[in-house]
Design a protein around this ligand. Structure first.
Ligand SMILES: C[S@@+](CC[C@H](N)C(=O)[O-])C[C@H]1O[C@@H](n2cnc3c(N)ncnc32)[C@H](O)[C@@H]1O
Length: 348
């Protein structure tokens, strides 16, 4: 990120940061699917990622990634982490569940879809805020919640890389947030979302970019201000790339795919961030950073295997990188954060 060094958040003044991304609309000749059942092996969906659910046994769900088998059940620690992350998003957004102008698409009787809903907390709160909208929330892993759910919300288990189990043009609003480590082929995802979206319906896709930097600080000052963070973030970006994910899906790829589909109008992007600690003078960003800090301190542990595997980093070197990153949490001037981009538009 570049720009003046300021404590003003990117997110609380959306009018300043919504950028019009209209340029170069055009058809790309992509295949249209008549129904989700077209999305089977051997069909045009072979272009989908190999990251896919392969079996279910005793409610335990597995996915394959690069030939390795992972449990796709979100465990308790992961669920807590996701709930914390949700609170950080809300704090950054001045206690709102969205920055984009969603209201006109969430009219009484509208149908809305949240893809990769995690714990389901965002969908639950949206279903409460918009009780006349019918909400469906999907995830690769089964969503397990003990509390009473709003009557207007239903969960479904689905791997988006295998297509969505809904007919064409069935939703007025489709949302996804932080799928970046679950999706390699963003074109297939954008095409699939546009397939299930009704003409006039809104698509809103929120993702993070790599590397993580210092929002509002010119990039040439990042290393001077937060050398340890920059080093850690460089390794994280390398791991993301080496595993075949797109480090710029958030800032570039998604908006570009919306444009090249020729099916989305008024494409816009809001730039925001998740501060890793409470460095900001803006009260919303400061609170977000304070909520994020414990999670931020644990990030080197949670991505350790990913970085060590993908970048072949020995244990002693990893410990040095971790110590450097942790030293920048709380260091004056080290305004470290995860860059977030909200991409949205309306289907023509
Ligand atoms: C970082 S979490 C974000 C959860 C939620 N969207 C939020 O912002 O709180 C990513 C979620 O995407 C889900 N996910 C990953 N790959 C997926 C796929 N191929 N299809 C559906 N969900 C997927 C994961 O199970 C996880 O719950």
């Amino acid at each position: 990120m570049t720009g003046p060094d300021t404590n003003q958040p990117y997110n609380v003044q959306p009018s300043m940061i919504v950028t019009n991304a209209h340029a170069n609309p055009g058809l790309d000749g992509q295949t249209e699917y008549d129904t989700a059942s077209d999305m089977t092996p051997g069909s045009p969906t072979d272009s989908f990622s190999t990251f896919s659910m392969t079996s279910t046994m005793n409610d335990r769900v597995f996915r394959e990634d690069g030939g390795r088998r992972f449990q796709a059940q979100n465990d308790e620690q992961e669920l807590e982490r996701l709930e914390c992350q949700h609170r950080v998003f809300k704090a950054v957004q001045a206690d709102s569940n969205y920055l984009a102008p969603v209201h006109s698409s969430l009219f009484n009787g509208a149908r809305a879809l949240d893809i990769g809903c995690g714990t389901g907390i965002w969908a639950i709160e949206m279903a409460q805020e918009f009780p006349k909208v019918e909400w469906i929330a999907t995830d690769l892993a089964p969503v397990q919640r003990d509390s009473d759910l709003p009557d207007n919300l239903h969960f479904a288990q689905n791997d988006i890389t295998q297509g969505l189990p809904f007919p064409n043009e069935s939703f007025d609003f489709v949302h996804s947030r932080l799928l970046v480590m679950g999706v390699r082929n963003w074109k297939a995802i954008v095409d699939e979302i546009l397939r299930v979206l009704k003409p006039g319906g809104m698509v809103l896709m929120i993702e993070c970019d790599f590397p993580w930097g210092l929002p509002g600080v010119s990039e040439d000052q990042w290393a001077e201000r937060a050398r340890g963070h920059v080093k850690f973030s460089d390794y994280l970006k390398m791991a993301v790339e080496n595993r075949g994910y797109d480090p710029q899906a958030a800032s570039r790829t998604i908006a570009s795919l919306m444009r090249s589909s020729g099916k989305v109008r008024d494409i816009s992007q809001i730039e925001s961030c998740l501060p890793l600690w409470g460095w900001s003078e803006d009260p919303h960003l400061r609170r977000a950073g304070e909520i994020m800090r414990a999670d931020a301190e644990d990030i080197p542990n949670s991505v350790k295997i990913v970085i060590q595997d993908a970048c072949e980093v020995p244990e002693s070197r990893y410990q040095e990188i971790k110590v450097g990153y942790l030293a920048d949490l709380g260091k004056p001037g080290a305004h470290t954060a995860v860059p977030i981009f909200h991409n949205y538009g309306w289907k023509v």
